[in-house]
Design a protein around this ligand. Sequence first.
Ligand SMILES: [Zn+2]
Length: 168
Amino acid sequence: MKKGLAIFAFLLVLGVWSPTFAYVLWGYKWASPNITYECDMYGDYTTQCNNGKTEWSNWTDVNLSYSSNPGITTTAGNYGNVSWSGLCSVGSSSGSTVYRMDISINTYYTDSYSSQKRKGVITHELGHALGLSHENRLGPGGSVMYDNDGRTVYSPTQDDINGVNAIY
Ligand SMILES: [Zn+2]
């Protein structure tokens, strides 16, 4: 009985301190790791979108290239007090294969954000567009896929990178 408890405690400690992977996959996947995008919003939205895009593209096995008729689209607009600052919806898919992902950024909230926080929102939505779901870990070992704007990282972390590379 005591032994069983010790093993349970050991597993619990392992679970807390050594998460080999924590990323969560959405279930959608592009047919190829060569994915097209646009960041044709305006001002700092375009800048931060390109910053996030470059990180995902450089740090993972996915290659993002610009197209005027892209797989990943982006729109910044004032959608009002609707409780979301960013949204990624499946624009076109067949089964689990996705052909278009549409990102919306709600300037109702994000206009008052710092560039860094704004980049976090867009990089998060780009993570969805590549096939990641939410991962609620904060801090340096956390995830840009944290599900609200209290996130403390604004770039893909190693776990986010591992998640994308597990898909492609
Ligand atoms: Zn999200």
